[in-house]
Write a protein that binds this ligand. Structure first.
Ligand code: PGA
Length: 255
């Protein structure tokens, strides 16, 4: 099965939650619970938590990610954070194009594409989020919307670089709503994403790219979602803030 070719990546997206001391506490709780995980375990945390988080996971199998990054290396961009800053702190992953950034902070496919290229250039791994709105699903254009996002967000990303990209399929209607996509719905769109990647690159490359599902994934539904051929991991919001739930999801990815 091609699924075996890919590394399962279970990543927490903490969003705007946890102060540095709370981050340390949560990671200290998570670490022993995921120490035997076969998958890659990542915690994507607020910028101010990064240094503490990197320190807290030293000697463990947990990797730390940021929740965004600017595309320029430095300059007059008040409030922004560069990939160089993230790298020096010890970050390995960066969430990009999350629907909350698209919805509330004017993120577009063009800026996601710039960020993706900058993150790859810095040797970091982008987790590029795509997904349709409820209205788009109801209008039956999920395929077009997601394929378009993939094409635009990865525009000009080389075949060599795309191997370091993780895609997160997050139907916007399932994020933070408790409305999880069914395993079949998740599989259908993740398979479509892989077919789009195969057209853009090659089947071989597409088969090696990790595609996560995200949107109300939790300890109760993770196993069924992660058992699907094209669902290689999860990007987890709410449930990543509870050590036992997050660890249970990582354990489900081992199976
Ligand atoms: P949720 O968030 O698990 O709380 O739905 C997922 C995400 O936004 O990445």
């Amino acid at each position: 099965m091609n699924k075996n070719l890919r590394k399962a990546v279970i990543a927490g997206n903490w969003k705007m939650n946890k102060t540095p001391s709370e981050a340390k506490e949560l990671l200290t709780q998570i670490a022993p619970l995921v120490k035997d995980a076969q998958c890659e375990v990542v915690a994507c945390v607020p910028y101010v938590d990064l240094a503490v988080a990197v320190e807290a996971v030293k000697g463990t199998n947990i990797k730390i990610g940021a929740e965004n990054a600017h595309w320029e290396e430095k300059g007059a961009f008040t409030g922004e954070i560069s990939t160089g800053m993230l790298k020096e702190v010890g970050v390995e992953y960066v969430v990009l194009g999350h629907s909350e950034r698209r919805q509330y902070f004017g993120e577009t496919d063009e800026t996601v594409n710039k960020r993706t290229k900058a993150v790859l250039k810095a040797g970091l791994k982008p987790i590029v989020c795509v997904g349709e709105l409820l209205w788009e699903r109801e209008c039956n254009i999920t395929e077009e919307v997601v394929a378009r996002q993939i094409k635009l967000d990865l525009f000009d990303v080389s075949a060599e670089d795309v191997k370091n990209v993780v895609i997160a399929y997050e139907p916007v209607w399932a994020i933070g709503t408790g409305k999880v996509a069914t395993a079949d719905q998740a599989e259908e769109v993740c398979a479509l994403i892989r077919a789009t990647l195969a057209k853009l690159y090659s089947k071989e490359i597409a088969d090696a790219i990790t595609i996560q599902y995200g949107g109300s994934m939790n300890d109760a539904n993770a196993a069924e979602l992660l058992a699907k051929e094209n669902v290689d991991g999860g990007l987890i919001g709410g449930a990543s803030l509870v050590a036992e739930k997050f660890a249970a999801i990582a354990a489900a990815a081992n199976a």
